[in-house]
Design a protein around this ligand. Structure first.
Ligand code: ADP
Ligand code: ZN
Length: 342
């Protein structure tokens, strides 16, 4: 088991990569625990859950709503949970996001921990203490910062992930390497077949390396006032793409990264060869690299996706692999680049 710690002003969060789900109870403490999970995860791994009451959600992004949060509060009240309760989310990013939000608001906040069961959750969503639900069509519009006491990442459970979910996770793995670790990036290039085959030894190393990048970034900037923004690499366009087409988050992030790399080349920041390495790696991971839509529709989506008004956006450029730079650019400039390139 590889143990990492995130030490923030608010709390310490312990990340355990390679720990068994069946040993989750060792991390729960003596008080009462209530589990939040989804029906797929419960069906597949319910036998390994610690004995505790379970709140079961419907799988999928559509559950990431205030309606679901309200249902969780209702169940917690029915179960007569008090401030001493510990809430444990077992599942992917959706389950962890909802669980984190519920735990940080119920009775003004109770303890929370996660057993992350998707690659995406293990490398990204469950680590770092951001949670949230979607609102009015905007992703993660309502949420809080709250560090989980622990994140347990059992690699073995990734074996049952549908390929679409594996792709989503790999996309965030590439993102993490691109913004935070050029050595990891080179390892990924060298190990594509083993990664696609979900080789557990390799995955444990990769998940640990990604968690390490995230840990370092979050420790510097828990509340995303500065450095943490680099983790949004590829996401400006991705969010717009997700809204206008039916592609998954991972596919959208792949395209968003291709765009950000190309844009960085045009701005004479990133060498052409580095952009080509990124695109080639995504392709070899069977992630999309060609834009399905024309620039005009995308521009509109980007404009609509901006949560706040004002005509500048923070965009994550690259000066090299492992060297992200966040810059404010006028929305009009971004739109011109999209129309040109897509
Ligand atoms: P995310 O992709 O954000 O991590 P979800 O929580 O929506 O998101 O999980 C994606 C899907 O994968 C859901 O349908 C969920 O039930 C399912 N799932 C989660 N973990 C596993 C697993 N270990 N094996 C198979 N399916 C899983
Ligand atoms: Zn993402």
């Amino acid at each position: 088991v590889n143990v990492l710690e995130i030490t923030c002003q608010s709390a310490v969060s312990k990340i355990m990569v390679g720990e068994k789900l069946s040993l989750l109870s060792n991390y729960l403490g003596k008080g009462r625990t209530i589990i939040i999970t989804d029906s797929n995860v419960r069906r597949l791994y319910g036998k390994e859950f610690p004995s505790a009451e379970v709140i079961e959600l419907e799988p999928g992004e559509r559950s990431k709503s205030l309606e679901t949060v309200r249902m969780c509060y209702r169940r917690l009240v029915d179960l007569e949970a008090d401030r001493s309760v510990f809430i444990c989310g077992i599942g992917g990013g959706v389950v962890c996001d909802i669980t984190g939000f519920v735990a940080s608001t119920f009775l003004r906040g109770v303890g929370v921990g996660f057993a992350a069961t998707t690659l995406l959750a293990q490398v990204d969503a469950a680590v770092g203490g951001k949670n949230g639900v979607d609102f009015n069509g905007y992703k993660n519009m309502v949420g809080t910062f709250r560090q989980p006491v622990f994140v347990l990442s059992d690699i073995r459970v990734l074996g049952t992930l549908p390929s679409r979910e594996v792709a989503c996770g790999l996309s965030e793995v590439v993102k993490t390497a691109v913004v935070g670790n050029d050595v990891l990036f080179a390892q990924l290039e060298a190990e594509v077949p083993a990664l696609l085959a979900l080789d557990p030894v390799l995955l444990e190393k990769v998940v640990t390396a990604c968690a390490r990048v995230k840990t370092a970034v979050v420790e510097q900037d828990e509340r995303e006032q500065g450095r943490r923004r680099v983790l949004n690499f590829g996401h400006t366009l991705a969010h717009a793409l997700e809204k206008t087409s039916s592609i998954s988050h991972g596919q959208a992030v792949s395209l968003g990264m291709v765009f950000a790399a190309e844009y960085s080349v045009r701005k004479r920041r990133l060498p052409r060869t580095a952009a080509d390495r990124i695109i080639r790696l995504l392709e070899r991971m069977k992630l999309p690299v060609d834009f399905p839509e024309n620039g005009r529709t995308l521009c509109e989506a980007v404009r609509k996706d901006k949560k706040r008004s004002g005509d500048a956006v923070r965009f994550v450029f690259l000066d090299g692999i492992g060297i992200p730079v966040v810059e404010r650019i006028p929305l009009s400039e971004l739109e011109a680049a999209i129309e040109d390139m897509c």
